[in-house]
Design a protein around this ligand. Structure first.
Ligand SMILES: [Fe+2]
Ligand SMILES: [Fe+2]
Length: 194
């Protein structure tokens, strides 16, 4: 894949626009995503690139994210406008296409869906979602259990991750993005039907 030659370009962009911690996080997500791609038989190059660019829009301010979302015709909900940082996922996907010329729909989808998830998720989408959650710099109650589950079943891992997120949100009186509930309902149905 041509992107291997562009790896240095992507990393130098990230180093220029993201914090040092965010760059380290990105590289850790990439490592985890490659591990999971091998485990679940997904294209390793796609997993690597999706992970590398998943937070490429994280350096934009709230105002810039809203403006970019409008310019890319990304639908804006009241939930997005009240927490514009959530837009770094869809904006990042469009930015990866426009700025870096990424054309692969699987990669763009994984970047788009990495924060809230979606009721339609490919295995690659799930890998990036969960790799973002459990990369080795992350440390929170329940993570050891989550790292065990993810080796056995991606859907159960995502469900457990959502349950941790929702408990945290509720404990802190934050807003739950409706998409989170939608993903939960869809996956719990899928897991129970198996
Ligand atoms: Fe992100
Ligand atoms: Fe991330």
């Amino acid at each position: 894949m041509a992107y291997i030659n562009n790896r240095e370009i992507y990393i130098s962009f990230l180093e220029k626009h993201l914090s040092k911690e965010r760059v380290l996080h990105t590289l850790a997500v990439e490592k985890e995503a490659i591990f999971l791609a091998e485990r679940y038989g997904v294209d390793i190059c796609k997993a690597s690139l999706a992970a590398l660019l998943h937070d490429c829009a994280k350096g934009f301010s709230d105002e810039e994210l809203v403006e970019l979302a409008k310019s890319y015709n990304i639908p804006l909900s009241i939930w997005d406008l009240s927490s514009p940082q959530i837009l770094h996922a869809p904006v990042g996907s469009m930015f990866a296409r426009e700025y870096f010329g990424i054309k692969d729909g699987d990669i763009l989808s994984a970047i788009w869906k990495h924060t809230t998830g979606d009721k339609e998720m490919s295995t690659l989408d799930k890998i990036i979602f969960i790799a973002d959650y459990i990369e080795y710099n992350r440390n929170f109650p329940g993570i050891s259990h989550l790292r065990e589950i993810v080796k056995k079943d991606l859907n159960s891992a995502i469900l457990f991750a959502i349950s941790l997120t929702v408990s945290y949100i509720m404990r802190n009186n934050f807003v739950i993005h409706p998409k989170t509930i939608e993903v939960w309902n869809h996956l719990i149905k899928e897991v129970k039907e198996i």
